[in-house]
Write a protein that binds this ligand. Sequence first.
Ligand SMILES: NC(=O)C1=CN([C@@H]2O[C@H](COP(=O)(O)OP(=O)(O)OC[C@H]3O[C@@H](n4cnc5c(N)ncnc54)[C@H](O)[C@@H]3O)[C@@H](O)[C@H]2O)[C@@H](O)CC1
Ligand SMILES: Nc1ncnc2c1ncn2[C@@H]1O[C@H](COP(=O)(O)OP(=O)(O)O)[C@@H](O)[C@H]1O
Ligand SMILES: [K+]
Length: 495
Amino acid sequence: MHSERDTLVIPPADMAAVDRDAADSGISSLGLMERAGQAVAAAALRRFPGALRFVVLCGPGNNGGDGYVAARALSAAGADVAVFALGDPARLAGDAAAMSSAWAGAAAPLQDFRPETGDVVIDALFGAGLARDLPEAALRAVEAVGTLALPVVAVDLPSGVDGRTGAVLGAAFKAAMTVTFVCRKPGHLLMPGRSLCGTVEVFDIGIPARILMRHSRHIRLNSPAIWGGALPAAGQAAHKYTRGHLAVFSGPATATGAARLSAAAGLCAGAGLVTLLSPEPALAANAAQLTAVMLKEVDGEEDLSRLLEDRRLAAFVLGPGFGDMERARAYVRRIAEAGRRLVLDADGITAFRDAPEALFPLFAEGAPRLVLTPHDGEFARLFPDLAEDGTLSKIDRAQQAAARSHAVVVLKGADTVIASPDGRALVNDNAPPWLATAGSGDVLAGIVGAHLAQGMPAFEAAASAVWRHGEAGRIAGEGLTAEDLPAAIPPWPRP
Ligand SMILES: NC(=O)C1=CN([C@@H]2O[C@H](COP(=O)(O)OP(=O)(O)OC[C@H]3O[C@@H](n4cnc5c(N)ncnc54)[C@H](O)[C@@H]3O)[C@@H](O)[C@H]2O)[C@@H](O)CC1
Ligand SMILES: Nc1ncnc2c1ncn2[C@@H]1O[C@H](COP(=O)(O)OP(=O)(O)O)[C@@H](O)[C@H]1O
Ligand SMILES: [K+]
C-alpha cells in the first residue's frame, strides 16, 4: 500500500515553488540535480543491461542538466555513451551549465543524431519546463526513435508531454520507463501522458516532506492510503439495516438492465439491502430477474414521497437507463428536499442539460450529499464552458465543476478524476482498458451508492468506489462484461 507521501501529485508550477523553497532552506540545487541524474543512470542500467549504446539527448534547461549527470554516471559505469544537445551547450545557465562542463565527453548537435538499432535513448530534452510545442529538431528525433522502436528512458517526463495536463505538445517520446523526482506530476497520470510514460519510477532526491506539503494543493493519486480511514465499520453485531439501505431507480420496461446492474453492484459492494424502484409497466421485467435485490413500485412523485418517509432509505442511484427526463428532475428535487444522498449518473445528468443551475442549489447545504458520475460527454452537458476550455487540465475541470455544483464529481475515463467541493482531487490509475464496456458505468454508480448508504463521506465513498471498480476490472480480467463486475468487487483493503 502507498504511504501518503507516495500519493502526492504536484503540478510543475508548484514544483518550481518547491525547488525555490528547498534552495531557500539551504538545500543545494546542484546536489538535487546530481542525485536526479544518478538515479536515471542507475534505472537505465538496471532496466537495459544489454544496451549497446546509451544515447543521451540533452535539452536547454535543467532537464538537460540531469541528462549530463546521467551521461557521466553511465560512462563511469563502463557503458558506451553518446550525447546530443539541443541548442548550444555554451549557452546553458546555472546548474545545467555546471553539469555540462563536468561531462568530459563530446556533445554533438541534436540535428546530427542518427539512431542505431541497439541504442537505448535517455530523453533529457524537456521536462517540467516545456512551454510550447517541441522544436523541429526534437520532433525529428521523436520520429527517428519511433521508427526504429528504440527503448526510451524519459527523464522526469517524456519530452512533449505537458506535465500539468498530460497533453502532447506537437509530438512526444513514447517511453519504456520514466524516472521522475520527488513525486508524480499530473502528466504522469492524465491521458494521453500516462500512456507515454511506460513504468514510472519516483525517486526521492532529498526534499523534505514539510516543504512538499506546503505546495501540495490537495491533489493525490487515488489509493487506499487516502480513504482507508473512512471505511464502514465491520462490526460483528451489524445487521442489514446498519449496513445501509440503497435504492436504485429502474428505467421503463424496455430499459431495465442498467438499473439492475447498479443494484447488483450495490449489494456486492456491501449495502445491507438494495431495493429497485420500478415504474408499474417495468415491474414484470424486473421481477423476472431479481433475487436478493428487492423490488418496489414507484410510479410518480406521490409514491416517492411516501417512500421517503422511511428514514432508513439512506441513498439513491438515479440515471442508469432512466429515460424520463422530466420525472428525473422531479425525483431529484424530492430526494434533495428529503435530505438524502444521491448518485446522479447517465440520464439523471442529461436531464439537467438545459438547466444545470436548477440542480446545483438543491444540494448546496452542509456536507456534500450529491455525487455526479459523468463521462466526458455528460460532463459537457452540465459544464459546457469547462469542457470547452482547452487551457484546463482534467483535474482543473473536475475541481471547478465540484466547486460550482457542491457535488463530488467523478469525471470518468481511463484517468478518472474524483473532486470534492473543498478542492481535494484524486486521479485514479488502477482501471484496466477492458472496463470500457457497456454497463460498466452503471456498476460504478451502484458501488458509489452502496458506500453512501453505509455512511461514508461522499468524497471517500466515490473515491473508494472508483478504486474498487478498477480492481474488479482487473480481477474479472480481459473480456469481461459488466455482468461479471459485481461478483469481482474485492473486499475492503483493511490493513
Ligand atoms: N526539484 C526538482 O524537481 C528537480 C528538477 N530537475 C529537473 O529540472 C527540470 C525542469 O527544468 P527547467 O525548468 O529548466 O525546464 P526544462 O529543462 O524542461 O526546459 C526549460 C527550457 O526550455 C525552454 N523551452 C520550453 N519549451 C520549449 C520549446 N517547446 N522549445 C524550445 N525551448 C523550450 C524554456 O524556455 C527553458 O529554457 C525537471 O523536469 C527535472 O528534470 C532536476 O534537476 C532535479 C531537481
Ligand atoms: N480506457 C479505459 N480504461 C479504463 N477504464 C475506462 C476506460 N474507458 C472507460 N473506463 C471506465 O469504464 C466506465 C464506463 O462508464 P460509462 O462511460 O458510463 O459507460 P456505460 O454507460 O456504458 O456504463 C467508467 O468507470 C470509466 O472510468
Ligand atoms: K524528458
